[in-house]
Design a protein around this ligand. Structure first.
Ligand code: CP3
Length: 343
């Protein structure tokens, strides 16, 4: 088993910097688009044979050092009582978003084995087929709550923040339930076999530091408390978090993910030397010329400075118009720049 990724999560020395890509399975891959001709996103996620196949597509095609379970952040919301579908070209759409304190009462706890058994079956199917570690994931309470409240994607998160400020008790009740779901669900993924987990707080950069500490951090911390002591490394990721990294580093993960807006060495200072860092190439850069991609990859590797604990990734997910060849080249470049013979 290639254990570079797990070693880097634990800040142990590695033979080369591990690489994986958020959204490494998805629309930029012709193999994925071919399957999507036949199946909806939810069908892919809910059919273990297909979800396992999609998880493996980038692992077979690209030199990545970890696989990420093919699933979606929003799947647990449905059994909790929040029905949604993915609408072509628009993203998720919820039937009855949470709009009041009374709505929070209909958010139920779940038993992951009963409610999301298909995800756990996918993990069990994948494990014997993988030579790299498998990453499981959940959404952090803030990001999940924002979908449940907005009912879909949002630019300003106005309804979410309005509930936070105007009905703090309802907000904390909702996020407490989401945190316990996320923690329980991660435990189930770990029991099924994932080797590491990532908590996505993709939209938490909407908050300033004081609001982050009051409304988001305690709930995210609770998610990490659920898995503390299980020996499975954890990554905590968000976008637009330059001002939040120091606080995020106190939530309880082993590694903190940074987006591309903060130079990697600066981000690592904020996170602190006792944590690993994941990141942080701008995903849109992959649409530009190779000379620029190459220079940015070199810059990130130099800023990591050979210190144990760097996992190379993008600052957010691979964009659908990215060329698979460029992704492959980036992975090879990181490996060659950081391997003993490349140095
Ligand atoms: O390869 C991987 O990273 C694993 C698979 C994965 C998906 N979603 C599959 C997916 C992961 C880790 C996610 C997490 C996820 N889902 C997040 C957090 C990550 C992030 O990007 O910050 C969020 C916010 C969601 C919710 C979600 N899922 C939205 C808003 C959308 C629509 C927007 C879009 O890109 O189309 C999705 C759809 C989705 N989930 C796709 C994939 C591959 C697009 C697929 C398709 O239509 O075929």
């Amino acid at each position: 088993m290639n254990d570079r990724f797990l070693r880097a999560c634990r800040r142990q020395p590695v033979d080369a910097t591990p690489v994986w890509f958020m959204r490494q399975a998805g629309r930029y891959m012709p193999e994925y688009r071919a399957l999507r001709q036949q199946y909806s996103l939810l069908e892919l996620c809910r059919t273990p044979d297909l979800a396992a196949q999609v998880t493996l597509q980038p692992v077979d095609a690209i030199e990545v050092d970890a696989a990420i379970l093919f699933s979606d952040l929003l799947l647990p919301l449905e059994p909790m009582g929040l029905r949604f579908d993915f609408v072509k070209g628009e993203g998720p759409a919820f039937d009855d978003p949470i709009r009041s304190a009374a709505d929070v009462d209909r958010v139920r706890p779940i038993d992951p084995e009963a409610a999301l058994g298909y995800v756990l079956d996918t993990i069990r199917q994948l494990k014997p087929r993988l030579e790299v570690p498998l990453i499981g994931f959940v959404g952090a309470p803030f990001t999940l709550a924002s979908y449940a409240i907005e009912g879909g994607p949002s630019k300003d998160f106005a309804r979410t923040k309005a509930m936070m400020y105007a009905e703090p008790e309802a907000w904390h009740t909702l996020c407490g339930r989401l945190a316990d779901m996320a923690g329980t669900y991660l435990r189930a993924q770990i029991a099924a076999g994932v080797d590491a987990v990532q908590v996505f707080d993709s939209w938490v950069g909407q908050l300033g530091p004081a609001d982050y500490r009051e409304f988001a951090l305690p709930h995210t911390r609770r998610v990490f408390e659920h898995i503390a002591g299980l020996g499975v490394p954890s990554i905590h990721f968000g976008v637009g978090t330059a001002m939040l990294l120091e606080d995020m580093a106190t939530a309880g993960s082993d590694v903190v993910g940074a987006d591309w807006r903060t130079p990697l060495d600066r981000a690592w200072q904020l996170i602190g030397p006792d944590k690993g860092i994941q990141g942080n190439l701008d995903p849109t850069l992959l649409l530009g010329p190779w000379s620029r991609v190459r220079a940015s990859v070199e810059d990130i590797v130099n800023r990591a400075g050979g210190r144990p604990g760097h996992i190379f990734n993008l600052g957010h997910g691979v964009l659908p118009m990215t060329s698979p060849e460029v992704i492959q080249r980036v992975a090879r470049l990181v490996h060659s720049l950081t391997s003993a013979k490349g140095r």
